[in-house]
Ligand binder design. Structure first.
Ligand code: NAI
Ligand code: A1CAB
Length: 273
């Protein structure tokens, strides 16, 4: 049973998770503590929006928390940990959502025998639709892992993976929503340029993306089969896909995911012993 959870870092990702937890009423807002570097306005906004406990006092934020979520950018990790590590106790578990940074590195800079979990959610957590991958070190008990799975379970699906796969997952589902939004932006641009009302275009694109996602989920059929069902011989879809092929659409997506994965590796290299 979780009594208190603390977020160190109060940006987009922390807000997405907080919004999801508060919306699902998994924890009372009084049980959620948030701190950041020094931006009091940002903390004030989060307090007004979600009624969570916001403080710049790291000790107050962390003391008594069952779970401490590290949610700052990788380059701010060291400074953040330096300012809080004296308040960390071995019965607490650290959950890092940082791209690239290894469990070993976090353990080494915290410098205490604290269990560490790495999680890679995405911003869809804010509406309960994150795809969160989770890896743990051997200091994390089953009870602690279950509490973390249950916490992230309130903001979407959870999948336990090996830490070695975290970079790939980061490029895939951590950054993934951005690729879909980029596609939506391009579809909207062509629709509006073709004379369609912007709101009509947005609504059609949105439902098309939701429908395709639900088909992938519910039909049990692979993406390739679903694509082929839309593609009538000599029809419109075939013409569209042909142009996408000529412009190397699939290769662009593949290389994009690989670049995100490689950037995750680089971020880890910059935060390595
Ligand atoms: N935005 C996303 O879609 C996702 C982000 N992540 C990871 O989440 C982390 C945060 O990303 P965003 O929320 O997008 O960044 P952001 O820039 O929106 O927020 C970063 C937060 O960290 C705080 N911070 C900076 N230095 C600090 C310090 N010394 N002590 C305490 N807090 C400090 C800032 O005040 C800010 O509140 C990153 O490590 C990123 O890799 C993971 C999955 C998805
Ligand atoms: O862009 C980033 O570095 C973070 C990690 C995954 C999604 N956003």
């Amino acid at each position: 049973m979780l009594r208190k959870i603390s977020f160190v870092g109060a940006g987009s990702m922390a807000e997405s998770i907080i919004a999801g937890i508060v919306k699902e009423k998994n924890l009372h807002p009084d049980q959620i503590f948030v701190t950041n570097k020094d931006n009091k306005d940002r903390l004030e906004r989060l307090k007004n929006r979600y009624h969570v406990q916001c403080t710049t006092d790291k000790e107050a934020a962390i003391t008594g928390a069952d779970i401490v979520v590290l949610s700052m950018k990788p380059h701010d990790l060291m400074a953040a940990v330096e300012a809080m590590k004296m308040h960390i106790k071995p019965n607490q578990v650290i959950v890092s959502v940082l791209a690239g940074v290894s469990i070993d590195y976090i353990s080494s800079i915290v410098g205490r025998d604290v269990p560490v979990v790495r999680a890679m959610p995405n911003t869809s957590a804010s509406i309960g639709f994150s795809a969160t991958a989770i890896a743990r070190d051997n200091k994390v008990s089953d009870e602690q892992l279950n509490a973390i799975l249950s916490l992230f379970g309130t903001v979407g699906t959870t999948t336990v993976i090996e830490e070695k796969d975290m970079h790939t997952v980061t490029g895939l589902s951590g950054s993934g929503p951005a690729y879909i939004y980029y596609l939506a932006e391009a579809m909207e641009e062509v629709a509006v340029k073709s004379g369609l009302d912007k709101e009509v275009a947005k609504s059609l694109i949105m439902q098309t993306i939701i429908g395709a996602g639900e088909m992938l989920k519910r039909s049990g059929e692979p993406a390739e089969v679903l694509r082929k069902k839309i593609t009538s011989p000599n029809g419109t879809t075939q013409a569209g896909l042909k142009t996408l092929d000529e412009l190397n659409f699939q290769e662009a997506v593949i290389e994009g995911v690989k670049s995100a994965r490689d950037r995750s590796i680089e971020l880890g290299e910059g935060n390595k012993r």
